[in-house]
Design a protein around this ligand. Structure first.
Ligand code: UT7
Length: 330
């Protein structure tokens, strides 16, 4: 599906939780047959963060949410809805979102978690856009949070080099932009390719529960290189924009080669593309807000900028959003 709505909603704040523990490529190469040069050349990843035993998808989400609320000077009681996306849930309920809402004092908010793997943040954001555009909500907290290290097979060199932990959160508000313009969302999924990237929660075929991420890397790679171009093109068209109207492109942070080929075909100059996978690896649903947080801290995120953001992966699903940033500078 693809939709465009004329609205004055915008992103107004971002926060992050970045675990302190750094896992380098060298450390991984002590466990599986790989090396730093291969990982950098084939993926662009230099290191990733790993949650400690005390950290969880919930504690990271709370940390990121607290920071977004503080940076945006948001009254927690004014938050109408909390949406948390994750590909590495610890439990079915209570939701991460409900625990975050309680912690930050968003006592009149609805709260729900979303499972759409690496597209989760884009799906959560699109839900927030829809609720605001329909007039059901004015202020929404959207979170992407992951402890992928806990569902990684550390003996599988095809996947263990890729993933990292972390969380990011944004606040999206009605009436934040000075004028109305098109906000665009595309959501897609191709379940026929679902087994190319999966993580089970239960014993689905009677052979024991394998919660670890299982991926057909080259199949997902082909899907990603195509979708990044096709989805971005459709969203720009629906928003009546070209690549030169986009101030910052935030592609899914899975593999630098996928990003570079997509960016080249779409025509974005490299200085308008956000990249953090060299530092954080693939953090699935946390990728987009972690990029925004990095851009905010380094002064690249400025009020009025148009952002084109994309997440893609397990499902195989994808989500792309064209939306404005109206938050304060760092
Ligand atoms: O967030 C969800 C979206 N995820 C993605 O978009 C991930 C998409 N896939 C990828 O990024 C890439 O497919 C990988 C990085 C996972 C793999 O890179 P590749 O260039 O597609 O490698 P490959 O799977 O085609 O394997 C090439 C060779 C193989 O050896 P042989 O059979 O040619 O002898 C692999 O065994 O590279 C080998 N290989 C490795 N070698 C050193 C695979 N992983 C490693 C490794 N270190 N870590």
């Amino acid at each position: 599906m693809i939709g465009a709505v004329t609205t004055d909603l915008a992103l107004v704040a971002v926060g992050a939780a970045i675990p302190a523990r750094i896992l380098t490529n060298e450390e991984i190469s002590q466990r599986v047959e790989t090396d730093d040069a291969w990982i950098r050349e084939r993926t662009g990843i230099g290191e990733r963060r790993i949650a400690t035993a005390e950290e969880s998808v919930t504690t990271l989400a709370i940390q990121a949410a607290r920071q977004a609320v503080e940076r945006g000077d948001i009254a927690p009681g004014s938050i109408d809805l909390v949406v948390a996306a994750t590909a590495s849930p610890e439990r079915s309920f209570p939701s991460i979102a409900a625990l975050v809402a309680d912690d930050i004092g968003a006592h009149s908010a609805g709260a729900v978690d979303m499972l759409a793997a690496c597209a989760g943040f884009a799906y959560a954001l699109s839900y927030a856009v829809g609720q605001i555009a329909a007039g059901f909500a004015e202020t929404v907290l959207v979170i992407g949070t992951e402890t992928l290290s806990r569902i990684t097979d550390w003996d599988d060199r095809g996947t263990c080099i890729l993933f990292g932990d972390g969380a990011g959160a944004v606040i999206i508000k009605a009436g934040a932009a000075p004028d109305q313009e098109l906000v665009v969302v595309e959501l897609g999924a191709d379940g026929s390719k679902g087994d190319d990237l999966r993580g089970d929660l239960t014993d689905r075929d009677g052979s024991g529960v394998d919660r670890n991420i299982r991926m057909n890397g080259s199949a997902v790679y082909r899907f990603a290189t195509q979708v990044i171009v096709d989805s971005a093109t459709r969203v720009l068209e629906a928003g009546q924009r070209t690549h030169s109207d986009i101030d910052l492109f935030v592609p899914h942070q899975a593999n630098l080669r996928i990003i570079e080929s997509g960016v080249k075909r779409l025509g974005f100059p490299p200085e308008r593309v956000l990249i953090t996978l060299d530092q954080y690896g693939n953090t699935s649903s946390a990728s987009i807000p972690l990029c925004l947080d990095h851009a905010w801290r380094t002064g690249r995120l400025q009020p009025g900028q148009r952002l084109l953001m994309m997440g893609l992966g397990g499902g195989l699903a994808w989500g792309t959003c064209l939306i404005r940033w109206m938050g304060r500078g760092a």
